[in-house]
Design a binder for this molecule. Structure first.
Ligand code: IVH
Length: 722
């Protein structure tokens, strides 16, 4: 190797370590330290090096996450250890019975780890010498499908084991290679595993783990929304969407799907003696390596895996039952689907004695929740007119309780979907509810001796305004864009919604009244409403009228991003609106942007840019926006990015402050839109040095991070005025 190549290799290694650290901070710990732009810069530099020197590409390089050539079929791959299922029940008696059996077999006190049973798709990951070697679906438990390339595209699947706590130093390629190695006293890892923090377990030579691939409900809804808008069939639930994405033949498709991985079990672990004979543990297996599941889980965390949160150690089965009840109540507030609680015997040694059936281990049990699917009668199909004039069929159901909530309406999406499912008025249907997702009709359930009605036919006129409807792909659309009261109502509801202008007291009933009474004929009219106008409405007395009129006026000073979102531009949700606001910084500049200019913005593709320019290019829309703006809006752009850093500066504290507690200081930082992080890197905004600072202060100085003493801190972060 030439000296130049040696230099380049060191640079590539550092870039990989740094990118890996940022991936972990972003996807596993949810506390990014650098902006997307700064991250992209690191990533592109590494890509450029690898393109110029393909010999330097490593299988665990972060650039290998981007997807590979499609396969013709998925290979069948053996699991390292059989992937068993779990014994399960919804009945507390069964859980108590499980506990009794465990107690009979185990001497001394019994404790369990209780954790959420994630409702996704099970996956085995195998790491050889710390590097991801393969990923295998559960399949029949002994062998599954090899989905390695797909798993590589999931950001929370580490391509290499190791903790990101010790950042590699970037920028100075002369810094000694040993930097970033194990801290003093840490067990030595095998070659290459140089990112171990003190106190963690060494990187095994072979590690097989098991976890769940899932999709957050919010991502799932977004995915389905775009699918329905594109005329594609929506996924039935997040589990199916995740399983489908995981089993794609083309990993580049998987990469576009928002998948998450949570690890929850070590299937097998072994350490081989390294070349220098330093690591003592040899082919031990989990039981010899760890005393408890708790420890095993900590080891996983130390190796950089993400684990389900809210895991709790419970001392007896009644506590487990209470945990289950608590979780069942909170189930609707979570952004992911869980279908129960898993209890696992915490002590590992007795697990072998308990053994397994051919189907499930006897040391674990899934205490399930009541299902969130029910069968009921579809009484009638109604048609709703949306903000953009789309006619949506809605199932009016015989009310039924699904997982604790009474459901009487469910979405049928669009006409094609209705035809595909062939559900008709009078049919028995299976419906399902997932978190906050609007209940859906899953399928028709065949009933005996049933005479079915005719398939539903869409009206030829808009059910609301009586104008003609036309076909637009899978949709039927009311053509009366500016005259249809339903479109106006939905548009205003969207404009003033929580993510839009967020006007309190202006719900859908009030909007309907305002439109019906002719007080509002276009969105701009809202801002002319006086308390006297409102007094005319049913249910409006003095206080309510004054309050609402004031709230409407107050909403004219708002964030630019909220305003953009509120306009209801097709394809522009809250996230895109924020991106647009940050990029264009005022409304006129956004309105003038050409499709080419829009496409330069990260995250804006040709379809979106076309929709945006078409929206502002439409004369009637433009007039409506002009009318709104003429009411005197103050649209506030997001704070300027400082030094390319997103979401303000990151601040690290070291040492004690005399005048403030740590949490008061933290609050001041957060009130200013900055954030407190725990470790120093070159991207850190400020290090606040108090009394008896630790090593972080020295490190910050070395990295050239601005150091603030207490006085400077108090000046920069004054107490917020109330
Ligand atoms: S432990 C042999 N923990 O549930 C026991 N499984 O019905 C190893 N699952 O196929 C599994 N969340 O995919 C465990 N926290 C959790 C889980 C979990 C979901 C899945 C797993 C398994 C299925 C069994």
């Amino acid at each position: 190797m030439t000296p130049v190549e040696g230099e380049v290799r060191r640079r590539a290694d550092r870039l990989r370590a740094e990118i890996r650290r940022h991936d972990h901070l972003y996807h596993v710990e949810n506390r990014p330290e650098i902006s997307d732009g700064a991250y992209d810069k690191l990533f592109r530099e590494l890509q450029a090096i690898e393109a110029a020197f393909p010999r330097l590409i490593t299988p665990d390089s972060p650039t290998r996450r981007v997807g590979a050539d499609p396969l013709s079929e998925l290979p069948v791959v053996q699991h390292v250890v059989q992937m068993l299922s779990l014994d399960s029940s919804e009945a507390p008696e069964d859980v108590r019975r499980f506990d009794e059996r465990v107690r009979k077999a185990v001497e001394g006190p019994v404790e369990y780890l209780a954790e959420p049973k994630l409702d996704g798709s099970s996956l085995e990951l195998v790491y050889v010498n710390g590097v991801l070697d393969r990923a295998v679906t559960r399949g029949n438990g002994r062998e599954g499908e090899g989905v390695t390339e797909n798993a590589r595209t999931i950001p929370s699947v580490p391509l290499r084991l190791g903790s990101p706590d010790e950042p590699a130093t970037l920028g100075s390629s002369e810094s000694p290679d040993a930097e970033g190695g194990p801290a003093d006293g840490a067990p030595p890892g095998p070659a290459g595993g140089s990112e171990m923090p003190a106190g963690a377990f060494p990187i095994p030579s072979l590690l097989a783990i098991r976890g769940e691939v899932l999709m957050y409900l919010s991502s799932f809804e977004e995915l389905n929304r775009t699918r329905v808008e594109a005329g594609l069939e929506p996924y039935a639930n997040p589990r199916n969407a995740a399983a489908g994405a995981l089993r794609q033949l083309d990993s580049r498709i998987t990469r576009t799907r928002p998948l998450e991985f949570f690890a929850y079990d070590i299937l097998h672990v072994e350490w081989a003696i390294s070349g220098t004979g330093e690591v003592e543990a040899v082919d031990t297996g989990e039981v010899e390596a760890f005393d408890t599941d708790e420890e095993a889980v900590e080891a996983l965390r130390g190796w950089g895996l993400r684990l389900p949160d809210r895991t709790r150690k419970v001392a007896d089965v009644e506590e487990a039952i209470a945990y289950h009840a608590e979780f069942a109540r909170e189930r609707d507030d979570l952004d992911y689907e869980i279908d129960g609680v898993v209890l696992k015997l915490n002590a590992l040694a007795p697990r072998a004695g308990l053994g397994s059936t051919s189907h499930h281990p006897r040391w674990a049990f899934a205490f399930k929740f009541a299902p969130r699917q029910e069968v009921t009668r579809l009484e009638r199909i109604a048609v709703q007119v949306g903000r953009t004039g789309k006619l949506t069929p809605v199932a009016l159901l015989r009310p039924v309780e699904v997982g604790g909530v009474t459901v009487s309406r469910a979405s049928l999406h669009n006409r094609e979907e209705l035809e595909r499912k062939d559900v008709r008025e009078g049919d028995l249907v299976r419906i399902q509810r997932a978190g906050d997702v609007i209940p859906q009709v899953v399928e028709r359930v065949e009933g005996a001796d049933e005479v079915r009605r005719e398939p539903f036919s869409f009206p030829e006129q808009c059910p609301r305004c009586g104008e003609d409807v036309e076909e637009d792909g899978p949709f039927i659309v009311c053509v009366n864009q500016f005259g249809c009261p339903a479109q106006l109502e939905r548009g205003i509801e969207h404009f003033v919604s929580r993510a839009g202008l967020d006007i309190e007291g202006l719900g859908s009933e009030t909007v309907a009244l305002l439109v019906e009474e002719g007080l509002v004929r276009q969105p701009a009219d809202l801002f002319d409403l006086t308390p006297e106008d409102l007094l005319e409405l049913e249910g409006f007395a003095e206080t309510r009228s004054t309050k609402l009129a004031a709230a409407i006026q107050a909403a004219k000073k708002t964030e630019l991003a909220r305003f953009i979102y509120g306009l209801g531009i097709p394809e522009v949700g809250a996230t895109v609106a924020r991106v647009l606001a940050a990029e264009f910084r005022d409304l006129p500049r956004l309105r003038e942007a050409t499709p080419e200019r829009l496409e330069e913005v990260e995250g804006i593709g040709p379809i979106m840019s076309e929709k945006i320019t078409a929206f502002f290019g439409d004369d009637a829309r433009a007039a409506s926006v002009d009318a709104i703006v003429s009411k005197g809006f103050e649209l506030v752009p997001p704070p300027e990015r400082q030094g390319g850093r997103r979401d303000g500066e990151s601040v690290v504290f070291s040492g004690r402050l005399k005048s403030l507690t740590r949490s008061e200081a933290k609050k001041r930082v957060e009130d200013r839109g900055d954030r407190v992080v725990s470790s120093v890197s070159s991207a850190t905004g400020y290090l606040v040095k108090g009394e008896k600072p630790g090593s972080k202060a020295g490190k910050a100085e070395k990295l050239g991070v601005t150091v603030l003493d207490e006085e400077a801190f108090l000046k920069r972060y004054p107490a917020a005025e109330d």
